[in-house]
Design a protein around this ligand. Structure first.
Ligand code: LRH
Ligand code: MN
Ligand code: MN
Length: 424
């Protein structure tokens, strides 16, 4: 299904008065309102192809109806999300979960929805049907060169698919690690990983990047070969200028100061981008901003400050992506919520009074520094996000619109009640 511009305008029209009143209230206090709206208007977050179906855990999966049954239908879903919020103009593919068999047609379909392809993700954490060698004991770090070679070739094939779609980056996450002390020689595992990544790096087109994602545990519970940002950064540094570190918000031990990691990676020119999600315990892959929105704001505060210091364009300098999953929610609603949460945190960060903050920091005025951050964080910026969406031709209230237009109901009619999308 495709949304008509008329339908969106009609819905916005019904809410116009209330919105205008709210918007005027916040905007009056913001001196750089035009700049904020402009930045919000060009800010997009890519949607992962694996998040459009209902997620599951190892204990079960409860599929919703009308899930996309093919890559084409996933693109259609991202197209719907983008039509509603005008902030999701890209899709990130996971291969082989979503192989673009006819890349020309897939690219054309995406373009029809105003979408392009963000980073492609390789998968050497599962064995596929007909796969020769197993990844049970790892892939790029494996003690057996033949397994490493197979995994390297897979990554090179993923780059090939990405080239056909005009992606510009490959994102590599390895589950490689060990479950018990003694299982692995850490140095050898790291060295093997580096050598394997070097071969993949050598296959990168000139204008491509490789993003190295880290994660402390799961599925391995004793060690992970790329377990933290230090290990990823080490690899990225050794590989070269096209390699950098990808931060998945769920891939940290509890209490980790993620904003500080982000700040230093950015300073070093090694921040690849994000997999946004939220978590309470581990890699929970919950809706962005659902558990710790203040942390999200603090991350964006570092991003805005750090990018401005380096003259980087906020919207295009790094990769902005969601990596979430939903066991009990409608996936499209969940993704809409995630994008809104990201835009809210970004808008709040744009409101921080930087000059005053620097003065407070230079005076060691701790109280004032905290006040300045919280002043921005406690501003209700939702009307700003809504206004930016409106100006781009999106809806004032994406989830409200999704429900009012009965989009899921229509998808169920089209696709059926019992559908299972590929993915997590
Ligand atoms: C690993 C991960 C990684 C994978 C995705 C499916 O936990 O975050 O990014 O590619 O989940
Ligand atoms: Mn991830
Ligand atoms: Mn993860």
């Amino acid at each position: 299904m495709q949304l008509e511009k008329y339908t969106i305008d009609e819905l916005n029209h019904q809410q116009a008065k209330k919105h205008q009143w709210r918007f005027n209230g916040v905007a009056a206090d913001i001196s750089n309102i035009d700049d904020v709206l402009k930045k919000l208007g060009v800010f997009n977050i890519a949607i992962p192809s694996w998040a459009l179906g209902t997620g599951g855990t190892r204990f079960g999966r409860f599929s919703g109806g009308g899930e996309p049954r093919s890559l084409e239908e996933k693109i259609e879903d991202v197209g719907l999300i983008h039509a509603l919020n005008k902030s999701s103009n890209a899709i990130s593919l996971h291969i082989p979960w979503d192989i673009p068999k006819n890349a020309v047609a897939i690219k054309a379909l995406a373009a029809q929805h105003g979408l392009h392809f963000d980073a492609v993700n390789s998968n050497t954490f599962q064995d596929q049907k007909d796969q020769k060698l197993s990844y049970k004991f790892g892939s790029l770090h494996h003690i057996d060169k033949a397994v490493r070679k197979q995994a390297i070739e897979h990554n090179i094939e993923v780059i090939k698919y990405g080239r056909q779609l005009e992606s510009k980056a490959i994102s590599v996450w390895l589950s490689d690690g060990s479950n018990f002390p003694g299982q692995l020689n850490f140095r050898k595992a790291f060295q093997n990983t580096l050598e394997s990544l070097e071969e993949i790096y050598a296959a990168l087109p000139d204008d491509w990047k490789i993003w190295v994602e880290y994660k402390p545990y799961e599925p391995n519970f004793y060690s992970t070969t790329i377990g933290d940002w230090g290990q990823s950064y080490l690899l990225a540094n050794k590989l070269g200028a096209k390699a950098s570190t990808l931060v998945d918000l769920g891939h940290h031990l509890q209490g980790t100061n993620i904003e500080q990691i982000v700040s230093l990676l950015l300073m070093e020119g090694k921040l690849a981008g994000f997999h946004f999600n939220d978590s309470k315990y581990g890699d929970d892959d919950l809706t962005v901003g659902s558990i710790n929105p203040y942390q999200l704001f603090l991350i964006f505060n570092e991003l805005v400050e750090g990018m401005d210091a380096k003259g980087m364009d906020h919207a295009t300098s790094i990769g902005w992506m969601i990596d979430a999953s939903h066991n009990v929610k409608d996936p499209i609603e969940d993704l809409l919520q995630s994008v809104q949460a990201i835009k809210i945190a970004y808008a709040q960060a744009l409101l921080v009074d930087k000059t005053a903050l620097v003065t407070a920091q230079n005076n060691n005025d701790v109280t004032l520094a905290q006040e300045i951050l919280q002043q921005a964080y406690r501003t209700d910026v939702r009307p700003l996000v809504a206004e930016a969406s409106l100006r781009n031709g999106g809806t004032l209230d994406p989830i409200g619109a999704f429900r009012k237009l009965n989009i899921r109901g229509n998808l169920i009619k089209e696709r059926g009640l019992k559908t299972v999308a590929t993915g997590l």
